[in-house]
Design a protein around this ligand. Structure first.
Ligand code: HEC
Length: 171
């Protein structure tokens, strides 16, 4: 009797611990990392709905933008959307987002507001945690990731920001 009760108590405890730790992982309550946007021209206070970082942006600044986007991605998005922007299935693969203005608008609204369903946070809101320069840098980084999985994993550096190959990226 005594043993049986103990057994149940520890079983409940283990389930409790497992439940808690998996909650931590799946619901994004990990402290978001500040993003250093030094070197990127400030975009002003009004929220843009189209990516201001385009092929017309000076190559030197684009390099910095993509580096910032890569770092911000690894620190804030990779744990759900996958290293190197190759999704493992937990959250959508962001390489397949529309690349046009509609895609820009969708992207920025999701990143600002996050995604909440039935009272749970599936994706945290990033507005107030990072400036829009960082969000558009994220978009610029995601856009240069190869859609082909093998290419993304091998040539695309698999997520290492130090190994970004700008000769290829800026071609
Ligand atoms: C805690 C996990 C989590 C984190 C962290 C997270 N996301 Fe998400 N994200 C999700 C989930 C889950 C969805 C799918 C929501 C839905 O059903 O539309 C999503 C959806 C999105 C979408 C819409 C995708 C589509 O196909 O429509 C974008 C864009 C996005 N996330 C960008 C980001 C960016 C950028 C970051 C980092 C700044 C980030 N997310 C961080 C979980 C996360």
């Amino acid at each position: 009797m005594q043993i049986a009760r103990l057994g149940i108590a520890s079983f409940v405890m283990i389930v409790g611990i497992l439940g808690f730790s998996s909650l931590g992982f799946s619901h994004g309550d990990v402290t978001p990392q500040a993003v250093d946007t030094a070197g990127i021209t400030p975009l002003g206070k009004d929220w843009l709905v189209e990516n201001p970082f385009t092929k017309k942006t000076k190559p030197k600044e684009i390099k910095r933008i993509i580096e910032v986007g890569c770092t911000a991605y690894n620190q804030n998005c990779a744990r759900c959307h996958g290293l190197g922007v190759v999704s493992g299935g937990t959250a959508p693969d962001l390489r397949y987002l529309e690349k046009d203005a509609y895609g820009d608008e969708w992207f920025i609204s999701r990143v600002r507001k996050g995604y909440h369903q039935n009272g749970t946070t599936k994706m945290p809101a990033f507005e107030g945690l990072m400036p829009q320069e960082a969000m558009w840098a994220l978009r610029a980084y995601i856009n240069i990731r190869p859609e082909d999985d093998d290419e993304a994993a091998v040539k695309g550096t698999g997520g290492s920001c130090a190994e970004l190959d700008f000769d290829k990226i800026l071609k």
